[in-house]
Design a protein around this ligand. Sequence first.
Ligand SMILES: NC(=O)c1ccc[n+]([C@@H]2O[C@H](COP(=O)([O-])OP(=O)(O)OC[C@H]3O[C@@H](n4cnc5c(N)ncnc54)[C@H](OP(=O)(O)O)[C@@H]3O)[C@@H](O)[C@H]2O)c1
Length: 303
Amino acid sequence: MDYFLITIKYIRVKQKVILITGASAGIGMASAQKLIDSGHIVYAAARRVEKMEVLNKRGAFILSMDVTHEASMREGVQRIIAEQGRIDVLINNAGYGSLGAIEEVDLDEARRQFEVNLFAVARLSQLVLPHMRKVQKGRIINISSIGARVYEPMCGWYHSTKFALEGMSDCMRLELKQFGIDLVLVRPGFIRTEWDKIAHEKLQEFSMSGPYKETANKMVNAHLNYLFKYLASDAPIVADTIVRAVESRRPHARYVSGRASGSFILARKLLPDSLLDAILMKMLSIFGKENKTTSCQTVKISA
Ligand SMILES: NC(=O)c1ccc[n+]([C@@H]2O[C@H](COP(=O)([O-])OP(=O)(O)OC[C@H]3O[C@@H](n4cnc5c(N)ncnc54)[C@H](OP(=O)(O)O)[C@@H]3O)[C@@H](O)[C@H]2O)c1
């Protein structure tokens, strides 16, 4: 009987109430699945609720949430508190890359990207933190990118959002320590999800026909021929890292995840800017060459 009660208590302590955004695809979907399988109570949020039916069948609670809409974020958090009485972990995963030359990308589109990749992270954190502070514990996990350290042409706004996310997260980590709340960053590398399709659609929209078209073409080719082909990992790899960040008693401030991610970050740390610039441009010219099957003229980029 004692053993039974201890087991129940252990399960209760370990089982976390988790809100994860961007759960309708890619990293968010894979993470939600693994978190459910690990026995946690998962609230999966995204705009395309129909895509999350598979999570619902596995036991997740589904939230229709647009992270740029105040009401849907507020209602989502209120529902979790009403049903569970607490939120132990917030995983800010929703995000997208809008590529194009800084000169050409419409500033409204750049602002939209900041709205999703940065301000939504801040707003959802504001909504959950009072509940975490009340119990003096909790964890916020922000999905950043190796793009918060390394850089590429045509990706300026996306990288800016992730650089900003890391700056904000580092400050928050110090602010939240006094309340027993952890702030953790996860930096995926190149991961096979819907991310690159959306990013290339935006690149097509802004930079495929003007003065930057040659660089834009090389960028798509380098992504499709090489980076997302040979250096990419599948979403469950990042999901494993996220589960580790959720369950670890003493989480690191940062986790890197995915093939070659550590090497990119190390290169940024060790190499002078001029050398890294030269390497990145050389990679672009070697891997950016058109090939019959993946040239950006032949790749169908559609919604
Ligand atoms: N894939 C990579 O190579 C890579 C590398 C480094 C970092 N990351 C980061 O990892 C995170 C997940 O990306 P992913 O690769 O899994 O991309 P993905 O397959 O495109 O999934 C993105 C998710 O974000 C959600 N989302 C986008 N805009 C939203 C909005 N306004 N409101 C609510 N949800 C929204 C999407 O759901 P709905 O459209 O249904 O709302 C979707 O579930 C992002 O933060 C991304 O920047 C990805």
